[in-house]
Design a protein around this ligand. Structure first.
Ligand code: PLP
Length: 390
């Protein structure tokens, strides 16, 4: 072992690297591979938003901004969140522009967790959740969800997982990787549980515009919940702006002040050009967002139908842009399935276990790729399944 390893903090050395990235390093080297892997839109950022960024540069907007973000952006966020989520936040004290939901989550966790505090989160889930908690010297407490209940979070599971020292409940609806959403009834139960156990809820609503069935409700809008919720949102998914790296956190002023300190000393501010682009997305990006959502929905319907026809049982995801088929009928575990599919048919899917142990027996297929690519990928998967059965 390289002796410089001794300088690495123990809790960091113990963290595994993200399994997804390794996988996609292989895909990027492979000619002809079809990727149903990466969790980002295949669309280029809509032109109007790019143009706002270009104009910002043209005008020489190249400075730092207020640590909280440009006033115009915070006002835009306040209007957007008010109109779409029924939530009123003050642009002056309750909204912080961040470097994506990634930084918003990290800064929130670092602002509220003491070493040893415990954070409940439902899994399978976004790969960063548990590591982000561990990096705060806190404990990540998973709450398993199951295919039999379409991976819905149950109160019974929450109760079983809860233990003294739990301070935060981290939720994500629509959910990466399952595409699950929470019903109003479920949100009300989660809210009652948060009240009962005095939990701060961190709600990652990054996929909320990409809800296909029903309407999205933020847990922060339920009675009494705004005072114990940090609402996280961003531009990466619905507005196809992953590379701009911009998002935001909203919550009660005293907690936002604490998050601001972490942000101020660690980051300073989100990039000004990205903030200008985000202002445009909020003001005029809706039609483009709806156009992309319609495409995702068409692709979702196609991929889910094809998976089911192929005998890979797949529930209809209600949001985000991921299908989560059950591959257990092949007799392969998810890692072997994904690895062989990639090597033998050059189709990349992410093993469900990358998102936590409850993802065993499943793989994630992102349908943020063209309709034609989905058809080709499914034909290759059909061929792969034939070779398994031969
Ligand atoms: N939260 C979830 C659930 C995600 O799936 C992702 C990205 O895949 C993020 C947060 C990170 O988003 P951002 O690009 O805003 O940092």
């Amino acid at each position: 072992m390289d002796t410089t390893q001794r300088f690495v903090a123990k809790h960091v050395a113990a963290l595994p690297k993200s399994g997804i990235r390794d996988f996609f390093a292989i895909v990027s080297q492979m000619r002809d591979a079809i990727s149903l892997g990466i969790g980002e839109p295949d669309f280029v950022t809509p032109y109007g938003i790019r143009e706002a960024a270009m104009q910002a540069l043209e005008k020489g907007r190249t400075s730092y901004t207020d640590n909280r973000g440009l006033q115009a952006l915070r006002e835009g966020i306040a209007r957007y969140v008010g109109a779409n989520y029924g939530l009123e936040y003050s642009p002056d004290t309750e909204i912080l522009a961040t470097i994506g939901v990634s930084e918003a989550l990290d800064a929130t966790l670092r602002a509220v967790l003491n070493p040893g505090d415990k954070v409940l989160y439902h899994e399978p889930c976004y790969v960063s959740y548990a590591p982000s908690v561990i990096l705060c010297h806190a404990q990540a407490i998973p709450v398993s969800t199951h295919a039999s209940a379409r991976f819905a979070l149950s109160i019974e599971a929450l109760r079983t997982a809860w233990q003294p020292g739990c301070k935060v409940l981290l939720i994500n609806f629509p959910t990466n990787p399952t595409g699950g959403t929470a019903s109003g009834e479920m949100l009300a139960k989660i809210a009652a549980f948060a009240h009962e156990k005095d939990l701060l809820v961190i709600s990652d609503e990054i996929y909320s515009e990409l809800t296909f069935e029903g309407t999205h409700t933020s847990i922060a809008s339920l009675p009494g919940m705004k005072a114990r919720t940090i609402f996280l949102h961003g531009f990466s998914k619905a507005f196809a702006m992953t590379g701009f790296r911009v998002g935001y956190a909203c919550g009660p002023a005293p907690i936002m002040d604490a998050i601001l300190k972490v942000h101020q000393y660690g980051i300073m501010c989100a990039p000004i050009v990205s903030q200008e682009a985000a202002i445009e997305a909020l003001a005029n990006g809706r039609d483009d967002m709806l156009r992309m959502r319609e495409k995702y929905q068409e692709r979702r319907d196609l991929i889910v139908r094809r998976f089911n026809e192929l005998g890979l049982k797949c529930h209809l995801p209600r949001g985000a842009f991921y299908a989560f088929p059950d591959i257990s009928s092949t007799g392969l575990d998810s890692m072997t399935f994904a690895t062989r599919l990639l090597r033998e048919q050059k189709v990349a899917m992410v093993p469900g276990t990358a998102f936590g142990p409850s993802g065993a027996g499943f793989c994630r297929a992102s349908y943020s790729t063209s309709y034609g690519n989905i058809i080709k990928a499914c034909d290759r998967i059909a061929h792969f399944l034939d070779t398994l059965h031969a």
